[in-house]
Each structure stands twice: as C-alpha cells, then as structure tokens.
Write a protein that binds this ligand. Sequence first.
Ligand SMILES: Nc1ncnc2c1ncn2[C@@H]1O[C@H](COP(=O)(O)OP(=O)(O)OP(=O)(O)O)[C@@H](O)[C@H]1O
Ligand SMILES: [Mg+2]
Length: 294
Amino acid sequence: METPSPAGSRIGRYEILESLGQGGMGIVYKARDPRLGRLVALKVLRTDWACDAERKRRFVREARTASALNHPGILVIYEIGAHEGVDHIAMEFVPGGTLADRIASGPLPADQALPLAAQIADALAAAHAAGVVHRDLKPSNIMMPAADRVKVVDFGLAKLIGPAGPTDETSDVATLSGVILGTAAYMSPEQAAGKDVDARSDLFSLGTILYEMLAGRRPLAATPSRRRLPRSSGTRRRRPGLAPGLRGSSIAASRRTRAVASRPRPSSRLPSRRSPLPRRPRRSPPSPSFRSTT
Ligand SMILES: Nc1ncnc2c1ncn2[C@@H]1O[C@H](COP(=O)(O)OP(=O)(O)OP(=O)(O)O)[C@@H](O)[C@H]1O
Ligand SMILES: [Mg+2]
C-alpha cells in the first residue's frame, strides 16, 4: 500500500487534514475524528516497514505504554488501530510545535527553561513510578501546547522495566565502531553502549535538554545525526553560554542539575527526579601549614 496522500483522504474513520511531520517510525498527520468531532494527531507506521513484525510490535507497544500513563505532562493516546494492514495511533493533537522548534529560535531565558525542565522531570517521574523508561527523550518529543507548558510524547523506545520486561531493543541504535546514529545526541552513555537502562538514562537526556535550552546548542559538538560516542560526558568540560536572566544561585543550581544529570556513570547520577540534589561541598578553610610558636 502507498503512503496515503494527506489532505482529503481517510485512514479508517479519520479525515486527514495535513501532514505534521515525519519521524523514525512513521508520518504524523493532523486529522479529524468525525465520530467525536475533535482533532487528533494520527501517527501512521511507515508503509515500507509495515511488514516488519518487530517494528510493528514496537509501534503497538508505544501506544499501550503511553496510554497507561495518566499525567498532564504526558500526551493522551486516544486509540490504536489498523487500516488496510497499516497500524496507526490516534493521539491528542497539540498545536504550538515542539521544544525543538522553540530552541531553534534561540536560547530560553532561565525563568522559562527551568520551570519547563521541572515539568518534564515531573512527567518522567510519573512514568518512572509506573515502571516506564522513555528511552528517546529529546526536544522533538516534547510538545509545547503553550509557551510555559510541555507534554512528553513518543514512548516509542520505552520498555517496561523489571524482571518480566521484554527483551532489549538496542537494535534500534545503530552502532558502527563507536559512531552512533539517530537521536544519539541525547542518549546516555550506557544506552548508546547497548547496556540496560533505567530512569537515570532519561535523567541524562533531560540534563542534555536543559543544557540546550539554556545555551541554544547541544553540549557535545556534533552534527545533528552523527557523532562519536563520548568515552565520558563532554558536558563537564564545556559550559553553556548563559541565557539572560540566569543569575546567582540559579546559575549554580542549573549547572549542578545539569552536571549531576549528565554524569557518564549512572551510579553517580541521581536515582530519580525525586532525589534531592547534592549540595555543593563547602570548602573547609585551609589548615595552617605551620604554627607560630611566638
Ligand atoms: N500529538 C501531536 N500533535 C501535534 N503535532 C505532533 C504530535 N506528535 C507529533 N507531532 C509533529 O510531528 C512531527 C513528527 O513526529 P514524529 O514523532 O514522527 O518524529 P520525531 O519526534 O521527529 O522523531 P521520532 O520518530 O524519533 O519520535 C513532530 O516533530 C511534531 O512536529
Ligand atoms: Mg517523536
């Protein structure tokens, strides 16, 4: 089956209005659900992958995983279906673009970036509490229904963690002798290395996103789609140029948040968003090297 032409056609009962964009797994259309008279975003699995059982299974799991989460910072899934053998997910339509679009127009002032990062962290905390790790957190997977609100989408690489969880999906991350492809820019070192990941991997991605919001660029110099795997995080070596409004204690707090989240070894990161940020150790006064006897 060919990819349906956007405007005017139907996929199942959905009336296609326009194409919103294309990602790794399929095309997203703005559509109308005539039964309920509302707009939806309809994600349709790429037709050239429609016969791939593994991709199909992951596409269906994306919808199931996301629909099990109920949080204002997580996009609502309305329905999962198939039409003429092609799977689709109908989800809440969010006007206003993505965080990637927002960052493209320049760094965010700290008083905008920090509350947005806190909302993303809260959404992740809810997912992590339900045993779900996002695994593909990046600015294009963060919708902005308003300038001060975010909704996390695409639990496409999410997997239910725990002993009964499904097998590893690291095959999605193409690795070529140390070069990783795709959305690796936000990926934790352990995920990029194909190891098991948990909530701390998402916090690493969040640290990278916070850096990019404040600096307007990613912490690791790279082309968007291809970079060398860091042996350890390069974020410690480079500091973001600070956006206006980031002053005094908020500079220290945001640097500490990002630095702690971006530590290369997961064991040295925070275990969850709920964990208190470590305080910067106070320098003890230098001990005298000799004592006057007079
Ligand atoms: N619920 C939604 N409401 C409005 N627009 C959306 C929605 N979901 C996705 N989009 C738009 O469709 C575009 C493509 O989304 P898609 O998830 O397919 O790709 P991606 O996020 O760039 O990559 P990936 O496949 O890795 O998630 C997004 O960049 C966004 O602009
Ligand atoms: Mg996406």
